[in-house]
Ligand binder design. Structure first.
Ligand code: 4FD
Length: 223
Protein backbone atom coordinates (compact mmCIF):
# COMPACT_ATOMS: atom_id res chain seq x y z
CA UNK A 1 0.00 0.00 0.00
CA UNK A 2 1.36 3.39 -0.99
CA UNK A 3 -0.23 6.57 0.33
CA UNK A 4 0.77 10.04 -0.85
CA UNK A 5 -0.34 12.99 1.24
CA UNK A 6 -0.58 16.50 -0.17
CA UNK A 7 -0.42 19.15 2.55
CA UNK A 8 0.79 22.64 3.46
CA UNK A 9 1.88 21.24 6.86
CA UNK A 10 4.11 18.21 6.21
CA UNK A 11 5.66 18.34 9.72
CA UNK A 12 2.34 17.26 11.25
CA UNK A 13 2.80 13.77 9.79
CA UNK A 14 5.71 12.93 12.07
CA UNK A 15 2.98 11.35 14.22
CA UNK A 16 2.91 8.46 11.73
CA UNK A 17 6.52 7.54 12.60
CA UNK A 18 5.45 6.19 15.98
CA UNK A 19 4.01 2.90 17.10
CA UNK A 20 2.51 0.33 14.74
CA UNK A 21 2.29 2.56 11.66
CA UNK A 22 5.89 3.69 12.17
CA UNK A 23 7.05 0.08 12.28
CA UNK A 24 4.93 -0.80 9.22
CA UNK A 25 6.73 1.96 7.29
CA UNK A 26 10.20 0.89 8.46
CA UNK A 27 9.38 -2.68 7.41
CA UNK A 28 8.25 -1.41 3.98
CA UNK A 29 4.76 -2.79 4.40
CA UNK A 30 3.25 0.66 4.04
CA UNK A 31 4.83 3.59 2.21
CA UNK A 32 3.60 7.03 3.24
CA UNK A 33 4.99 9.93 1.21
CA UNK A 34 4.27 13.43 2.45
CA UNK A 35 4.39 16.08 -0.27
CA UNK A 36 4.61 19.80 0.51
CA UNK A 37 2.10 21.63 -1.69
CA UNK A 38 4.11 24.83 -1.34
CA UNK A 39 6.86 23.26 -3.45
CA UNK A 40 4.46 23.30 -6.42
CA UNK A 41 3.20 26.88 -6.39
CA UNK A 42 4.02 29.05 -9.38
CA UNK A 43 3.37 32.19 -7.31
CA UNK A 44 6.54 34.25 -6.89
CA UNK A 45 5.87 34.75 -3.17
CA UNK A 46 5.12 31.02 -2.74
CA UNK A 47 1.49 31.77 -1.92
CA UNK A 48 -0.87 28.78 -1.97
CA UNK A 49 -4.07 30.48 -0.79
CA UNK A 50 -5.98 33.64 -1.56
CA UNK A 51 -9.16 35.58 -0.71
CA UNK A 52 -12.45 34.01 -1.77
CA UNK A 53 -14.24 35.41 -4.82
CA UNK A 54 -17.56 36.80 -3.60
CA UNK A 55 -16.06 37.82 -0.27
CA UNK A 56 -16.29 36.29 3.17
CA UNK A 57 -13.95 35.30 5.96
CA UNK A 58 -10.86 33.17 5.60
CA UNK A 59 -8.72 32.03 2.72
CA UNK A 60 -9.16 29.46 -0.04
CA UNK A 61 -6.40 27.14 -1.23
CA UNK A 62 -5.51 27.81 -4.86
CA UNK A 63 -6.13 25.17 -7.54
CA UNK A 64 -2.74 25.52 -9.28
CA UNK A 65 -0.39 24.08 -6.62
CA UNK A 66 -2.86 21.25 -5.98
CA UNK A 67 -3.21 20.38 -9.67
CA UNK A 68 0.54 20.48 -10.29
CA UNK A 69 1.26 18.38 -7.20
CA UNK A 70 -1.34 15.73 -8.06
CA UNK A 71 -0.13 15.49 -11.66
CA UNK A 72 3.45 15.05 -10.47
CA UNK A 73 2.68 12.26 -7.99
CA UNK A 74 0.06 10.41 -10.04
CA UNK A 75 0.80 10.91 -13.74
CA UNK A 76 -0.74 7.56 -14.70
CA UNK A 77 -4.03 8.06 -12.87
CA UNK A 78 -3.37 4.78 -11.08
CA UNK A 79 -4.30 6.08 -7.65
CA UNK A 80 -7.58 6.86 -5.96
CA UNK A 81 -7.48 10.57 -5.15
CA UNK A 82 -9.32 11.49 -1.96
CA UNK A 83 -10.13 14.91 -0.49
CA UNK A 84 -10.72 14.96 3.28
CA UNK A 85 -13.61 17.30 3.94
CA UNK A 86 -16.59 17.68 6.27
CA UNK A 87 -18.80 17.42 3.14
CA UNK A 88 -17.54 13.97 2.23
CA UNK A 89 -19.06 10.54 2.57
CA UNK A 90 -18.73 9.42 6.20
CA UNK A 91 -15.84 7.00 6.75
CA UNK A 92 -16.86 3.54 8.01
CA UNK A 93 -15.02 0.28 8.64
CA UNK A 94 -16.54 -1.19 5.45
CA UNK A 95 -15.30 1.83 3.49
CA UNK A 96 -11.82 1.35 4.99
CA UNK A 97 -11.82 -2.28 3.84
CA UNK A 98 -12.85 -1.34 0.31
CA UNK A 99 -10.05 1.29 0.16
CA UNK A 100 -7.53 -1.47 0.91
CA UNK A 101 -8.13 -2.83 -2.59
CA UNK A 102 -6.37 0.28 -3.95
CA UNK A 103 -2.65 -0.07 -4.58
CA UNK A 104 -2.22 3.67 -4.19
CA UNK A 105 -4.08 6.47 -2.44
CA UNK A 106 -3.48 10.20 -2.78
CA UNK A 107 -4.90 12.24 0.11
CA UNK A 108 -5.47 15.99 -0.26
CA UNK A 109 -5.55 17.98 2.98
CA UNK A 110 -7.43 21.27 2.85
CA UNK A 111 -6.97 24.19 5.21
CA UNK A 112 -8.56 27.57 5.83
CA UNK A 113 -12.04 27.63 4.30
CA UNK A 114 -11.25 24.73 1.98
CA UNK A 115 -9.88 24.53 -1.55
CA UNK A 116 -10.91 26.06 -4.86
CA UNK A 117 -13.80 23.91 -6.18
CA UNK A 118 -12.03 23.49 -9.53
CA UNK A 119 -9.22 21.52 -7.88
CA UNK A 120 -11.86 19.12 -6.54
CA UNK A 121 -13.76 18.94 -9.82
CA UNK A 122 -10.62 18.27 -11.88
CA UNK A 123 -8.41 16.16 -9.64
CA UNK A 124 -10.45 14.40 -6.93
CA UNK A 125 -12.22 11.03 -7.19
CA UNK A 126 -13.87 10.93 -3.76
CA UNK A 127 -14.58 13.21 -0.81
CA UNK A 128 -14.40 11.55 2.61
CA UNK A 129 -15.27 12.87 6.08
CA UNK A 130 -14.17 11.19 9.29
CA UNK A 131 -17.20 12.49 11.21
CA UNK A 132 -19.61 15.35 11.71
CA UNK A 133 -17.27 17.97 13.12
CA UNK A 134 -14.99 20.62 11.69
CA UNK A 135 -11.21 20.69 12.17
CA UNK A 136 -8.68 23.37 11.25
CA UNK A 137 -7.30 21.13 8.50
CA UNK A 138 -7.58 17.81 6.71
CA UNK A 139 -4.27 16.56 8.15
CA UNK A 140 -5.74 14.75 11.17
CA UNK A 141 -8.43 13.07 9.00
CA UNK A 142 -5.69 12.01 6.54
CA UNK A 143 -3.74 10.45 9.42
CA UNK A 144 -6.88 8.67 10.60
CA UNK A 145 -7.32 7.22 7.11
CA UNK A 146 -3.64 6.15 6.91
CA UNK A 147 -3.93 4.43 10.26
CA UNK A 148 -7.13 2.49 9.67
CA UNK A 149 -6.16 1.40 6.14
CA UNK A 150 -2.66 0.31 7.24
CA UNK A 151 -4.13 -2.03 9.86
CA UNK A 152 -5.42 -4.21 7.01
CA UNK A 153 -2.08 -4.52 5.22
CA UNK A 154 -0.62 -8.04 5.61
CA UNK A 155 1.79 -8.32 8.52
CA UNK A 156 1.06 -4.92 10.09
CA UNK A 157 -0.99 -6.30 12.99
CA UNK A 158 -0.23 -9.41 14.97
CA UNK A 159 -1.93 -12.51 13.51
CA UNK A 160 -5.47 -12.86 14.81
CA UNK A 161 -6.08 -9.22 15.75
CA UNK A 162 -8.38 -8.60 12.81
CA UNK A 163 -10.06 -11.99 13.22
CA UNK A 164 -11.01 -11.27 16.85
CA UNK A 165 -12.40 -7.94 15.81
CA UNK A 166 -14.68 -9.40 13.12
CA UNK A 167 -15.61 -12.28 15.42
CA UNK A 168 -17.70 -9.84 17.46
CA UNK A 169 -19.21 -8.90 14.08
CA UNK A 170 -20.10 -5.25 14.20
CA UNK A 171 -20.59 -5.16 17.98
CA UNK A 172 -18.63 -3.09 20.48
CA UNK A 173 -15.74 -4.98 22.00
CA UNK A 174 -16.05 -6.85 25.32
CA UNK A 175 -14.03 -5.57 28.32
CA UNK A 176 -10.40 -6.67 28.63
CA UNK A 177 -8.34 -7.30 31.77
CA UNK A 178 -4.70 -7.99 32.56
CA UNK A 179 -2.64 -8.39 35.76
CA UNK A 180 -3.12 -7.96 38.65
CA UNK A 181 -6.23 -9.96 39.54
CA UNK A 182 -7.15 -7.41 42.21
CA UNK A 183 -6.64 -3.70 41.55
CA UNK A 184 -7.98 -1.34 44.25
CA UNK A 185 -10.63 -3.86 45.22
CA UNK A 186 -11.86 -4.53 41.69
CA UNK A 187 -11.22 -8.10 40.56
CA UNK A 188 -10.97 -9.75 37.16
CA UNK A 189 -14.14 -11.75 36.35
CA UNK A 190 -13.67 -15.36 37.48
CA UNK A 191 -14.61 -16.86 34.11
CA UNK A 192 -11.62 -15.21 32.37
CA UNK A 193 -9.28 -17.07 34.75
CA UNK A 194 -11.10 -20.40 34.47
CA UNK A 195 -9.28 -21.62 31.37
CA UNK A 196 -12.64 -22.76 29.96
CA UNK A 197 -12.53 -21.28 26.48
CA UNK A 198 -16.10 -22.12 25.56
CA UNK A 199 -17.28 -20.25 28.67
CA UNK A 200 -14.88 -17.36 27.98
CA UNK A 201 -16.19 -16.99 24.41
CA UNK A 202 -19.78 -17.08 25.69
CA UNK A 203 -19.05 -14.43 28.35
CA UNK A 204 -17.35 -12.18 25.82
CA UNK A 205 -20.23 -12.49 23.34
CA UNK A 206 -22.74 -11.63 26.07
CA UNK A 207 -20.74 -8.63 27.25
CA UNK A 208 -20.30 -7.36 23.69
CA UNK A 209 -24.04 -7.63 23.10
CA UNK A 210 -24.91 -5.96 26.44
CA UNK A 211 -22.55 -3.10 25.79
CA UNK A 212 -23.79 -2.59 22.24
CA UNK A 213 -27.45 -2.63 23.32
CA UNK A 214 -26.69 -0.04 26.01
CA UNK A 215 -24.46 2.32 24.04
CA UNK A 216 -25.00 1.73 20.35
CA UNK A 217 -28.39 0.08 19.75
CA UNK A 218 -28.16 1.41 16.18
CA UNK A 219 -25.43 -1.19 15.48
CA UNK A 220 -27.73 -4.11 16.19
CA UNK A 221 -29.48 -5.02 12.98
CA UNK A 222 -33.25 -5.22 13.28
CA UNK A 223 -34.81 -7.95 11.13
N1 4FD B 1 -14.82 15.77 9.26
C1 4FD B 1 -12.98 17.04 8.32
C2 4FD B 1 -12.15 17.23 7.22
C3 4FD B 1 -11.47 18.43 7.08
C4 4FD B 1 -11.66 19.43 8.02
C5 4FD B 1 -11.47 21.63 5.77
C6 4FD B 1 -13.36 22.39 3.91
C7 4FD B 1 -12.42 22.58 6.12
C8 4FD B 1 -13.10 18.06 9.24
C9 4FD B 1 -12.41 21.43 3.59
C10 4FD B 1 -13.37 22.96 5.17
C11 4FD B 1 -11.47 21.05 4.53
C12 4FD B 1 -13.73 15.76 8.53
C13 4FD B 1 -10.44 21.20 6.78
N2 4FD B 1 -12.46 19.21 9.09
N3 4FD B 1 -11.10 20.67 7.95
O1 4FD B 1 -13.31 14.73 7.99
Amino acid sequence: MKITILTLFPEMFSALSSSIIGRAQRENKVEIDVVDLRAFTEDKHLKCDDYPFGGGAGMVMMAQPIGSAIESVDPGHGALRIYLSPKGERLSQSKVISLCACERLVLLCGHYEGVDQRAIDLFIDEEISIGDYVLTGGELPAMVLCDCVSRYVDGVLSPGSLVDESFSDGLLEYPQYTRPVNYRGLTVPEVLRSGNHAEIDKWRREKALELTEARRPDLIKRT
